[in-house]
Design a protein around this ligand. Structure first.
Ligand code: XMP
Length: 539
């Protein structure tokens, strides 16, 4: 499969380069500069990313370009452009002119393969403290800005290109054209990496890997595990057994509904109901971390108990996706972040299972596209994230059956309300949800999501039951009952988030319905905290 490799020097926006190339239906992989893989014949080109470092630093990130430069197409971006200059006969200095933010790029070589079809003047986004004072050997300028003469250059007789600005960011208005010129033109990629081609390749690879062995998968009702399940099912049919654990902390009717929809999709699913165990062990526990630990441990024990019943299981499948596995190149040259799935703890080692992760190469929106191509219903594809510890961390303090019943009803009213509030076609209403200055609602950050209603437009929502009682009046009677908080956020990855500017009329309806219908609640609040400094969940 043809691909482009992205060498990550630690820039904040390296992932975006990957996203953009994938939008062109070109498969690409991001690798930290200090763990760069062998170049095989499938590699059609290499992108050098930006970095928070200066090439003039003693410990500046380095990469060996021997065997690549002059032979394969290269695109240096920001630090990548400076690195090419610094290494191959040019020079880089600290910049005197301000080189942050908007600039107007003037194309001086309209025939350059990188700039074909780019307007003579267009907006680009600069973000660097260093500047390229002189070009590397054999290079010529192909575009400049008022402050930066060497804003883009190419090396004569080589498919080597470099840009001082960031073509991958939204503010570089013709950046996609440049990336497309590079990937489809200069590298000659076919641009045929689509959900269908992904599915075809993945099915083949799964069959080759697991053969006639049995595979186990933990389903959560979430998008990733569902898509992984349907994909594996297509590849190996009933050699796949899925386990869906009921921890007793799920939303109203969730266990039954999700189980039912999995059966409709032809998946072989075991519903593992361990509600009683979870509630028993959580009884009287109020400390959040302790609650989380108990829930995590019981999940693994339950999964393990059911998994052991599946004879001859050799593989454990997981819904790991690309952002979980990308190693970012840290500033000091060490990999700074590796997330992994801990859902099933030490199970693979103990049971001697191999790991299958068919979605490892996909970003979240690509998982959704693949899911749609597999025929999974929109309702499942568009589900909000939901934490593993479930409602257990949305009941502050100790968890009881009674509190769960109250929270389930209030949560159901809120979520149904979000789904029923139509936004179809109302751009102004959708944009208003993000508040002034915030640019993203879910449908904007993920082009596969259409905002039919409030639910679709936002990242995540839920209700929190507070350990607070307050006085109210209902009819002629004084009440002394619980308070719930509504939480709704927009986000692109859950790492940062902002509260949603939900319409007042909507909040009023939800509040009325909760107070009128849910026994035990007489007050509804709306959480207007962003992350940071708050978090999305309250515990
Ligand atoms: P916080 O509360 O840290 O949440 O802002 C960020 C995102 O992660 C989800 N979350 C979890 N997901 N297991 C999960 O699978 C967990 O223990 C967990 N805790 C938080 C949260 O719902 C939000 O989407």
């Amino acid at each position: 499969m043809e691909k482009i490799l992205i060498i990550d020097f630690g820039s904040q926006v390296t992932q975006l380069i990957g996203r953009r190339l994938r939008e062109l239906n070109v498969y690409c992989e991001i690798h930290p500069f200090n763990k760069f893989p062998e170049i095989d014949p499938d590699v059609k080109g290499v992108v050098l990313s930006g970095s928070p470092c200066s090439v003039r630093d003693e410990n500046a990130p380095q990469v060996n370009l021997e065997g690549i430069k002059g032979k394969l197409p290269i695109l240096g971006i920001c630090y990548g452009a400076q690195y090419l200059a610094h290494k191959f006969g040019g020079s880089v200095n600290a910049s005197l002119a301000r080189e942050y933010g908007r600039a107007i790029l003037e194309v001086t070589s309209p025939d350059s393969p990188l700039l074909l079809g780019v307007s003579p003047k267009s907006q680009v986004w600069m973000s660097h403290g260093d500047t390229i004072a002189s070009l590397p050997d054999g290079a010529e300028v192909i575009a400049s800005t008022a402050d930066v003469v060497n804003a883009a250059y190419s090396i004569k007789g080589e498919p080597t290109y470099a840009v001082q600005f960031h073509p991958e960011v939204f503010h570089t208005t013709e950046g996609m054209r440049m990336l497309s010129n590079f990937a489809l033109g200069i590298c000659g990629c076919a641009g045929d990496w689509t959900p269908d081609s992904f599915i075809e390749t993945a099915v083949k690879e799964i069959r080759e890997k697991v053969g006639d062995d049995k595979v186990i998968l933990g389903l959560s009702g979430g998008v990733d595990s569902t898509v992984a399940g349907v994909l594996l099912n297509r590849a190996i049919g009933h050699n796949l057994t899925c386990i869906f654990v009921n921890n007793g902390l799920l939303r109203k009717n969730e266990f039954e509904d999700v189980l039912e929809s999995y059966k409709d999709m032809g998946l072989n699913v075991i519903g593992a109901d361990a509600s009683a165990d979870f509630l028993r062990e959580l009884s009287g526990v109020t400390e959040p971390e302790k609650k989380r630990k108990i829930i995590g441990r019981l999940f693994v024990e339950t999964f393990d108990r059911y998994a052991r019943k599946i004879e001859n299981a050799r593989w454990l499948a997981q819904g790991t996706i690309y952002p979980d596995v990308i190693e970012s190149a840290g500033i000091n040259g060490t990999a700074s972040k590796i997330k992994s799935h801990h859902n099933v703890g030490g199970l693979p080692e103990e049971m001697n299972l191999g790991i299958v992760e068919p979605l490892r190469s996909l970003f979240k929106d690509e998982v959704r596209r693949v899911g749609r191509a597999l025929g999974i219903r929109d309702e499942l594809i568009g589900r909000h994230p939901f934490p593993g510890p479930s409602l257990g961390i949305r009941i502050l303090g100790d968890v009881t059956e009674e509190k769960l019943a109250v929270l389930r009803e209030a949560d159901d009213i809120f979520i149904r309300g979000l789904r029923n509030y139509s936004l179809d076609g109302n751009r102004a209403a959708i944009e208003a949800l993000a508040g002034p200055g915030a640019s993203f609602v879910r449908s904007a950050s993920d082009p596969t999501m259409k905002a039919h209603n409030l639910y679709d437009a936002i990242w995540q929502a839920g209700v929190i039951l507070l350990p607070v009682k307050s006085v109210g009046v209902m009819g002629d009677e004084r009440t002394y009952e619980s308070t719930v908080a509504l939480r709704a956020v927009i986000s692109t990855d859950g790492m940062t988030a902002d509260w949603v500017h939900l319409p007042y009329d909507f909040l009023a309806d939800v509040s009325n319905e909760i107070i009128n219908k849910v026994r035990g609640v007489n007050r509804v609040c709306y959480d207007v905290s962003s992350k940071p400094p708050a978090t999305i969940e309250w515990e």
